[in-house]
Design a protein around this ligand. Structure first.
Ligand SMILES: [Mg+2]
Length: 271
């Protein structure tokens, strides 16, 4: 089936830190003009979808708020739908806590955290032992346990701080229970991107730089997958990869995507 929808990762795919990757702007323009439906699927959870699209636009990329599907927003919507009446404790940013409160949910303070019925772990640049302990105690007492994404590290300006995956693991190890993932790759994220694109999976391709996140999301969705070498994955690491993470195609970067789409079209009209 012809590709009609494209799910793109952001960091390592169209941007690297605050820099637009080579060919990203031209490629997005080409994809929009060619009529592809685009979704930018990101593990970002510290900012609203509006702030994410604003950041991309000010970097020179044509991306609308409606094209963003972020792990933060997916988590907020999931919790509002499934745990609305529950008291929740968040290991994460002020912005994420605010967005949960805005839905009408009761977000507990660090002092009340251990009595929470739901714990959500996300990116937290102010993490400390008080927060980790409150979350671990709540989970140990039986709270539902979620994490936005399993990234080990979060790149800051001059260092990498432990990411949501590492924080969740500390809590999981203390409490003896594993978290449920809401971002890439998870059934919750699959439903969110599918809902947004409203296309059959066989007409969708997922493009990103992380096999364990982007390729696995594509596999769960039943879509084609393209891995880019412009982010965290090196050509070297590809050879050692487990087959469940292996993509349908490997490209150097976003610049090569239009040619890949053309080539695929050619192959399909031949067969
Ligand atoms: Mg990425």
């Amino acid at each position: 089936m012809d590709i009609k929808g494209i799910i793109l990762d952001i960091d390592g795919t169209v941007m690297l830190a605050n820099k637009v990757l080579d060919g990203a702007s031209e490629t997005l323009e080409f994809l929009h003009q060619s009529g592809y439906r685009l979704v930018f699927c990101t593990q970002q959870n510290q900012f609203s979808d509006r702030m994410i699209s604003d950041r991309l636009q000010s970097a020179g990329l044509e991306v609308s708020e409606q094209e963003i599907v972020s792990a933060g927003t997916v988590a907020v919507n999931f919790l509002a739908q499934n745990h609305f009446a529950s008291e929740i404790y968040v290991v994460g940013s002020e912005s994420l806590r605010d967005r949960l409160s805005t839905t009408g949910m009761k977000v507990l303070s660090d002092q009340q955290g251990e009595t929470a019925e739901v714990v959500l772990v996300a990116t937290d640049s102010d993490i400390n032992l008080t927060r980790l302990s409150a979350a671990a105690e709540a989970v140990r007492r039986g709270a539902a346990f979620y994490v936005t994404n399993l990234d080990r590290g979060e790149p800051m300006e001059d260092r990498i701080i432990p990411g949501p995956g590492s924080l969740a693991l500390a809590i999981a190890y203390t409490a003896g229970r594993r978290p449920v993932v809401l971002g890439k790759p998870s059934p919750t994220m699959v439903a969110a991107v599918q809902n947004r694109l409203d296309l059959p999976p066989s007409s969708i391709v997922v493009i990103g730089d992380q096999p364990a996140q982007d390729v696995r999301l594509g596999r769960m969705l039943g879509a084609a997958t393209v891995l880019l070498l412009s982010g965290v994955t090196s050509a070297d690491a590809l050879g050692r990869m487990s087959s469940s993470y292996r993509p349908d195609a490997v490209l150097a970067g976003i610049r090569d995507v239009p040619a890949w789409l053309d080539q695929r079209k050619g192959q399909q009209s031949e067969s």
